[in-house]
Design a protein around this ligand. Sequence first.
Ligand code: ATP
Length: 199
Amino acid sequence: MHLKRLELKGFKSFPTKTEINFNEGITAIVGPNGSGKSNISDAVRWVLGEQSIKSLRGDKLEDVIFAGTVDKKPMNYCEVALTIDNSDEKLNIDFSEVTIKRRAYRNGESGFFLNDKACRLKDIKELLLDTGIGKDGYSIIEQGKVDEILSNNPANRRKVFDEACGISKYRYKKLEAEKNLKNTKENLERIEDVYIEIE
Ligand code: ATP
């Protein structure tokens, strides 16, 4: 499994469609200060479901949408698509290539897509569990991340190890099962109330 391609349109400083292909091995992105290198890693985090605009170095939701320049009008929406090669079937989905896409409009509308089919953020989170790729995964080590991991409290530091060991998935499934159990209990209580009323 490896990152194959990143496509940006209207994201931060990339108004026109920009495609970055990642070959196997190391890819280095170089450029002068302010040319948009960090915006590329912001795009990767955003498409994987980052909800905190602060951690994408913005203040409000629409800060991820191209704001315009003297000679280019602002965009009304932005879109980022990330394509992963899944020929080794590490991702539990029946496709050898998986494209995760996120789109957002200035009016606040937004959505996620998995191979061009609308989906929920939850579907993407579940697909990427234990791969290290998710927005909180360790596949993106930004400035200050190593320090953050080292100075984290033990519970938060453990999350990094859980993800690497493949335990996060089970922790997540346990929480989901507990939620379902709670809902079912509440439904049963409600049925009992109705039953008593009818009797
Ligand atoms: P450095 O090497 O200094 O860290 P960098 O190459 O990582 O720089 P970025 O921080 O990725 O550069 O990009 C900063 C540029 O992106 C700035 O010129 C900023 O104006 C532009 N930018 C950020 N958000 C938007 C937006 N919504 N619309 C248009 N341009 C934007």
